[in-house]
Design a protein around this ligand. Structure first.
Ligand code: ANZ
Length: 854
């Protein structure tokens, strides 16, 4: 049923059809395996207190157009949404106000849901998920248990980034330029016991499987760089003091061994103490202290001055027996390779600077054809007896092989990728399903459920006592968060959960995972052990690592999703979200997916076949939108003033989806007028169908041709996510519609179907008024007749005031008006027409369009 309004009253139309969709559950996805499936996914939002940002509806509109289009093309479409709702801001709010983070989170979710619903997206709201819902995070904990029992989760006392202001540990990825990514607070190094996930075990697959996904090249390259594979060798240098054994280094350039003039150990290297001569001891000690306060970034920054100290000791170069002094310097990191290097100042920039600083010898071993040192380019080996004249890669292979035969070297692969630091000292995250117990109790529990345990126990020692990590059985999940009095972290590195005695110290039933506070007597019956729960929580990345799987079967209590749902829906066919997730979320999710694949839980080895990043929308001033600049656009305001359909069209017409582009209020008026024109062409002043539209009306051939071109172009453009050019084509069609004295009902309704994915509310209304049965969402995509298409395209040159401003492929035989319309929609031309009025147009069909403006 259409609304009663006579003019284009979006205030009435939009809520009306949103209500209709909700009531009739238009977008509910059923597991109808008779149809081909299409799964289109948005990166689900973090429900912040600030509400939706304009970047959200940008990507969401793109996926929504795709979802609606694919439904019309006969696919069974899954298009879900949910909330990535654990995280720091809700907890900081709790610290400030004392309200439980859960209630703050629920309020934010409510607001986000309202805003998203007002945008008319065709989500299946029955499948909404929330990462903080115990029914959801039960499976996050379950996945952790699978990682745990496969030996992919362990604890480690390690130097981590500690942020005093946030009072938490941050992952490498959360530290940018020595500051926390959230809040930009300074961070420092601290040794803390942490949970770590062995993502490095998957480094090779994470790298090589990038070839199997259709992702933006830049994102693939970022992942490659992050994983950072280096092919080189580990080489053993004898120490001059034979009693101390050998020194192992990692190098990517064994071919430069003859140019090694000194060695460097990281200040934390375990051999430093033993190596250092008594005379050098005070200097080395002082240097180590100083280095401890610096970040890796500061230490390896090429721009920083190099510093170091001589250890007093010497190593022996395995290729020529030369004595090489051993230095200690912080530009060598303990966390990479072996924490020790052979320095080749002639061919490495950092070594070169260091050698100059401390007057160490420099020996050139690669021919630089006269280029100055350091020379890091390609060349032939020189000054290397036995290898001279060889191209360096060949010398690398031969020297590595020769060292291998003598047992002092072997080819090695190194990765920049570090294991994933997976614990946070916070309240508002998933609790670990782990209880720390004694060795004897661990043995008891392990005997009861051997399948749940890793082959090597996970342990840590504190105050001489060894603690063993006992996994809860999966039947005991979810392990919920206790209520606490204070959300403030302790500041010693322990989370607020550490203050929670009834929850924390327990008697645990080893079979069922049932718990009783330790303050009570040990329960009778069954096997009970005394333990302390893990107090860290999981990082925010955990819940978003697998949510795309939960949407397949969100209410399943027996599994994260049923095998049937996993088989039918598989993984998203299209995943759209911000490029800022290129290495974090997108790498972690790939890791978990591969583990689930190895476990036989999912049938595919990659989670996201096709990925697309929407571009950032800048403020009107061309700057990044930010509260402080006051250039933030709130979607609610536009919906109020111009309606959702206008906002949706506008966001898509602003430019290519992937492009970074500034907000432009004038453009809103433009697309709004377009929708008004669509209304006027289809609906008469009385609110009934425009009198020129009739079943079987004899419309001009031009119009029929324009329709078929539009059906084809819009369909092709949607498939390729080129929504802006699809809209230009619809504008061309509507101009033809305007000129036509008569229009067949078939043509009018076909156009409404083409418009529907973009501006679904007005399309429903028009569809109903054209006498069709709702909903247009159930109507198939119109079929174009290739015979009616323009046979070819030509390149049309655009000039403004006689100056070349761009060109574009267009169908042959465009009228002058059509050509002008295309020019007005062309991103390269728009700036030249802005704020100007068109005085004259000179048009040579199929060749050139010159627009004269003043
Ligand atoms: C000798 C050499 C000669 C090197 C030469 C480079 C050029 P990527 O490609 O990043 O893996 N290196 C090894 N371990 C290091 C550590 N813990 N901290 C700082 N630097 C380290 O770089 C590997 C190269 O970085 C290695 O190869 C080593 O220097 C240095 F003409 O060895 B090379």
């Amino acid at each position: 049923m259409a609304t009663k309004c006579t003019d284009y009253n979006f205030h009435e139309i939009e809520p009306h059809w949103q209500g209709f969709w909700e009531q009739t559950q238009t977008f509910r996805a059923t597991n109808d395996t008779s149809k081909p499936k299409y799964y289109v996914l948005d990166m689900f939002p973090y429900p912040s207190g600030a509400g939706l940002h304009i970047g959200h509806p940008e990507g969401y509109t793109g996926t929504d157009i795709m979802a609606r289009y694919k439904r019309a093309k006969g696919f069974n479409v899954l298009h879900p949404i949910g909330w990535d709702a654990f995280g720091l801001p809700a907890e900081q709010h709790a610290v400030k106000t004392g309200t439980h983070p859960a209630s703050n989170t629920q309020n934010n979710i409510k607001n986000f849901r309202r805003q998203i619903k007002a945008l008319g997206f065709s989500y299946d709201w029955d499948r909404e998920v929330d990462t903080t819902d115990p029914k959801y995070f039960r499976w996050t904990q379950w996945i952790f248990l699978q990682l745990f029992k496969r030996g992919l989760a362990y604890v480690d006392e390690r130097p981590v980034w500690w942020c005093p202001e946030l009072r938490t540990v941050l992952a490498n990825e959360e530290v940018v330029d020595g500051k926390s990514e959230v809040g930009h607070f300074p961070v420092e190094r601290r040794n803390l016991r942490q949970w770590v996930l062995r993502i490095t075990a998957y480094a090779d697959r994470l790298l090589s499987d990038l070839k199997d996904v259709d992702w933006p090249d830049s994102t693939k390259r970022m992942q490659e760089a992050w994983i950072g594979r280096s092919d080189g060798a580990e080489i053993l240098f004898d120490l001059e003091n034979k009693a101390l054994g050998q020194l192992k280094i990692f190098t990517t350039r064994p071919d430069t061994l003859f140019g090694c003039t000194y060695m460097v150990l990281a200040p934390e290297h375990p051999l430093v103490d033993a190596l250092t001569t008594p005379e050098q001891k005070p200097a080395v000690e002082a240097y180590r202290k100083k280095a401890a306060g610096k970040s890796d970034l500061e230490r390896t920054d090429l721009a920083k001055d190099k510093s170091g100290v001589f250890s007093g000791a010497y190593a022996i170069n395995p290729v020529n027996g030369q004595r090489v002094p051993i230095w200690i310097a912080d530009y060598v990191l303990m966390g990479y390779g072996t924490g020790a290097i052979m320095a080749v100042p002639a061919h490495d920039e950092r070594d070169f600077e260091f050698a100059q600083q401390y007057s160490l010898p420099i020996i050139q071993v690669i021919d630089s054809a006269g280029a100055p040192l350091p020379f890091v380019g390609d060349g032939k080996v020189i000054n290397s007896p036995g290898y001279d004249g060889l191209p360096w890669p060949e010398a690398k292979a031969r020297i590595t092989a020769a060292l291998g035969e003598r047992g002092v070297g072997k080819a090695t692969v190194n990765y920049k990728l570090r294991d994933w630091l997976f614990s946070r000292q916070r309240y508002w995250g998933e609790p670990f399903p782990i209880v720390w117990v004694s060795e004897a109790d661990y043995a008891t529990a392990r005997a009861a459920r051997p399948a749940d345990f890793p082959s090597t126990p996970v342990t840590y020692t504190e105050g001489g006592v060894k603690h063993f990590a006992l996994p809860l059985p999966s039947v005991a999940l979810p392990l919920e968060l206790p209520n606490v009095k204070s959300y403030l972290p302790s500041g010693t590195g322990e989370s607020p959960l550490a203050n929670e005695t009834p929850w924390l110290e327990i008697w645990l039933n080893v079979q069922t995972g049932a718990a009783v506070p330790a303050s009570e007597p040990k329960p009778a019956g069954g096997e009970w052990v005394r333990g302390r729960r893990e107090t860290n929580t999981m990082p925010q990345w955990a819940g978003s690592c697998w949510y795309y799987l939960r949407f397949l079967d969100p209410k399943n209590d027996a599994a994260l999703a049923s095998p049937e749902a996993l088989k039918y829906w598989g993984t998203p066919d299209l995943y759209v979200g911000g490029a800022e997730h290129a290495v974090l979320h997108l790498l972690y999710a790939r890791f978990w997916h591969k583990v689930l694949f190895d476990l036989g839980v999912v049938p595919t080895h990659e989670p996201f076949k096709k990925l697309f990043h929407q571009g950032i929308i800048l403020g009107e001033d061309g700057e990044k939108m930010s509260k402080s600049r006051g250039n933030v656009v709130n979607p609610d305001t536009i919906i109020q003033s111009h309606g959702t359909d206008t906002l949706r069209l506008y966001l898509m017409f602003l430019g290519p989806l992937e492009a970074m582009k500034p907000w432009n209020p004038r453009g809103i008026e433009g697309v709004h007028r377009f929708l008004q024109k669509v209304w006027r062409e289809l609906i008469g002043a009385d609110g009934a169908v425009n009198a020129k539209i009739a079943a079987g009306a004899q419309e001009p051939a031009e119009l029929t041709k324009a329709l078929h071109e539009t059906i084809k172009k819009v369909g092709d453009d949607i498939e390729a996510l080129r929504f802006n050019t699809a809209i230009s084509q619809m504008m061309i069609f509507v101009n033809a519609l305007q000129k036509a004295p008569a229009v067949s009902l078939d043509t009018a309704s076909a156009f409404v179907r083409v418009l529907a994915p973009f501006a679904p509310h007005i399309a429903e209304e028009l569809w109903a008024r054209l006498g069709q049965t709702p909903s247009v969402q159930h109507a198939p995509w119109p079929v174009f007749d290739p015979a009616r298409l323009a046979s070819q395209e030509v390149k049309l040159v655009f000039q403004v005031n006689g100056k070349f401003r761009g060109d574009q492929l267009v169908p042959v035989g465009l009228t002058q008006e059509q050509a002008v319309e295309i020019a007005k929609a062309n991103q390269r031309i728009i700036p030249h027409l802005q704020d100007k009025s068109i005085k004259r147009v000179i048009y040579v069909q199929n060749k050139i369009l010159n627009i004269v403006v003043a």
